[in-house]
Design a protein around this ligand. Structure first.
Ligand code: GFB
Length: 314
């Protein structure tokens, strides 16, 4: 079953979470395909509500679902709202995955996160590192919910034969990112900080933590391409990593962002803020062996993301 091709021609594809950065990139990517894209706003269906979600899926009858809807945030939000991250993500996953089973959806692609792996997992982290050690405390709540999502897809495959697969993206950035000061991830946070520091002629911009953690960054449109690739080419129980394979320290990222934005001041570090996991590089050999690789260089992606910020948020 693992490598049979899934033809999406003419399929009704529901992108759940189409207003988020990942979901909107999936919509852009699917617009290049011969398929029908369907979406729903939060007013039409609250995915945390079981009755509404199941009714919506049954009446809209998607053939395929991308489950990109989630409560997401950067290190501060994850650490501050553990109950919301655990509860909302468990509810969304349980309702959409169970609803997909009830409505006989042909295929579902669940999006997880690289934070599912143990804090001290051997690097690069292969899919087999799942559940081999303790999680990073700043985001264990989100990670537990995402692990539950992988296990739900596997359980519905095992018990009911559902073709539900899971993809684990590394840290994402791109168009449509969240620029909320406390909720954002590091790329959006630093693009905004550099922009504001430049506008204000400040002598420096402040980073959280020590600047030494290593992160792998993936451009959201590359993620969307990888997800459509998996939809067409992968139908098996094990989850699949999707990363760029390139890692940078937070300090290096900040230097590149300074270049992109044109801010010439210094970097300062607020070490009262957490670093989080020291290193989070994924082993992408499973997806690469199937024939897919990320294409966008970090700096090119940052330039597009900054342009989007200037047009939509600045
Ligand atoms: O992107 P980020 O918030 O999340 O932070 P994680 C990455 C690193 O950037 C951390 C540092 O070491 C931060 O301390 N950093 C420096 C900053 N300055 C800033 C800043 O101004 N804002 C932010 N946000 N960070 C998240 C998880 O972990 O990664 C989620 O909490 C999810 O669950 C996501 O898995 C992909 O990479 O640490």
């Amino acid at each position: 079953m693992g490598s049979e091709t899934f033809d999406i021609t003419g399929k009704r594809i529901w992108v759940a979470g189409h207003r988020g950065m990942a979901g909107s990139a999936i919509v852009r990517r699917l617009q290049q395909e011969n398929c029908e894209i369907i979406t729903a706003t939060r007013d039409e269906v609250d995915l945390r509500n079981q009755e509404q979600t199941i009714a919506w899926i049954k009446s809209n009858k998607p053939d395929v679902i991308f489950l990109a809807a989630a409560k997401v945030g950067g290190i501060w939000a994850n650490d501050t709202y553990p109950a919301d991250f655990l509860y909302e993500n468990l509810m969304i996953e349980a309702n959409v995955i169970h609803g997909a089973y009830l409505a006989k959806v042909e295929k579902l692609v669940f999006l997880g996160s690289s934070c599912i792996y143990p804090k001290m997992a051997p690097q690069p982290m292969s899919e087999d590192a799942l559940l081999t050690g303790p999680l990073e405390p700043t985001n264990e709540w989100y990670a537990i919910a995402k692990i539950a999502g992988i296990k739900m897809c596997q359980a519905y495959r095992k018990q009911y034969g559902c073709n539900f697969i899971s993809a684990m993206p590394t840290n994402l950035f791109g168009q449509g990112d969240n620029y909320d000061e406390k909720g954002s991830h590091v790329v959006a946070a630093l693009l905004q900080k550099a922009h504001r520091a430049k506008q204000a002629n400040d002598s420096s911009m402040e980073l959280w933590g020590t600047g030494t953690p290593l992160r792998e960054f993936l451009y959201a449109d590359d993620l969307a391409d990888g997800l459509v690739f998996l939809l067409k080419n992968y139908s098996d129980a094990p989850h699949v990593n999707i990363g760029s394979g390139k890692e940078h320290t937070i300090r290096e990222l900040a230097e590149t962002i300074k270049d992109v934005v044109g801010f010439k001041g210094d970097l300062t570090f607020d070490t009262s803020k957490p670093d989080g996991t020291p290193r989070k590089l994924m082993d992408n050999s499973r997806i690469e062996s199937m024939g897919w690789k990320a294409q966008t260089a970090l700096k090119d992606g940052l330039e597009t993301a900054y342009q989007w910020y200037l047009e939509n948020k600045a």
